[in-house]
Design a protein around this ligand. Sequence first.
Ligand code: ADP
Length: 490
Amino acid sequence: MSGRILLVDDDAALLDALPKALRLRMNGLQIDTSETAFDALERIRETDYDAIVSDIKMPGMDGLALLHEIRELRPRTPTLMITGHGERDLAVQALRGGAYDFVQKPIDRDYFVASLERAIELRRLARQVEEQQIALERHARVLEHVDDGVFLVDDDGFLQHWNPAAHAITGIRPDEALGRQAETVLPGWEVVAPLIPVGAAPGPGSVEAKVVPLELDGRELWLAVSGVSFSDGTVYAFRSLTEERALDELKGEFIATVSHELRTPLAAIYGSAQTLLRTDLELDDSGRKRLLDVIAQEAERLSRIADEILFAGKLDTGQFSLGEQGFDFRTLAQDVVEEMRSAFAAQENISIELAVPDTIETVAGDPDKLRQVLINLIDNAVKYSPDGGRIEVAIEPREAGVRIVVKDEGIGIAPPHQRRIFGKFYRVDPDLTRGVGGTGLGLYICRELVRLMEGRLTVSSEEGKGSTFVVDLPVPAQALGAGDAVAQTA
Ligand code: ADP
């Protein structure tokens, strides 16, 4: 039997005889001896014994006092007490004081060895449990800190572990997940779970993670998940690929949009230039001018597209900041509407109306960017009203600021698209079945600008009936109609 024990007794003869007897019966046992309790304490401080055997009656510090110290120092070490014949009271005291067992003199060797073996075995098991506990705690701590989401589904389908990364990635808190069915917590789990590879043992090369979609709270998450089975269930680890995927999609949309949007004006410019270059063709002045107009217009369109892309890039990287100055909101709105009316004068079936109360005058902000937002919204209203209609622009004072409304009677936007049109490059009709070009950046830029102004841009729309875009800006109430005050501070 392996193990290391300490024998404490003031009786030198016993200290000599007992170890010999024990070694005979318990092969491999390492035995240290001490003649005094003080010496024993020194050793106990240095060594974590598997068991301690001590005489109760000793001069100086006695066995009971030593036992008390051992319980403080090494509460898990089993201690056997040796009592004199007929000292039952002491034995009972020792047991009350936390002794593991006692043996009476003269020592019954068989009993003593059996008891000692049990004590050592007990300590060994306790040590194992401690080690396992430490390992478990360490694993749990590691799991708390890994970037990957980790959860455990037991054999009955209940979630038994849900680490902080799982919370961060999915937005599902541990108290919403633990002890509940995986399918309830993760809608669609029953469909994707069979697709997820589950290995028999962890480690490299065990299984490849599988990318699966999960819809949580209306959000689509793409997760790379793999599992490892163990005796009571399966541990799953996952990473979110949602952003990578969104980025991939965005790149695809960007390339498609840009190449498409560039090709149209380029083709027009190229065609016009080729025609102008032809020597076999006699062009009169008006013909030449028409072609040159096309080139000028399309070149302008190209530069607008390039500007939009560059500007969106600046907004993305935070390289852009708003100006702040006092300006007359009413005049600005009137100017913009006037400009748009003349820009679309050729479209006779379109009318642009403006309603702006007198109370709205000077506000503080970035007039150029507000103009840009307004132009964009009105431009869209016209663009997406192919059959004409009335476009109403209204500026309304609100308690916490000012509201701009741009309402059209155009093609409208179906509900699933309404949230997405503010995304970069998003176009409801990218294939131009209705023939209107655009980069899909306009509303993205508008929303970002409004956000920088600490406002909100929203849409309500009914397909086939028209759309209403609303900008709510937090212009301080006193700034409305109190132009002088703002002009002075600006
Ligand atoms: P673009 O007009 O260049 O495509 P936007 O970001 O301005 O880009 O708009 C994104 C998409 O939102 C448009 O492609 C169109 O499908 C839709 N949209 C925007 N404004 C309107 C509107 N007033 N009526 C209907 N659809 C609109």
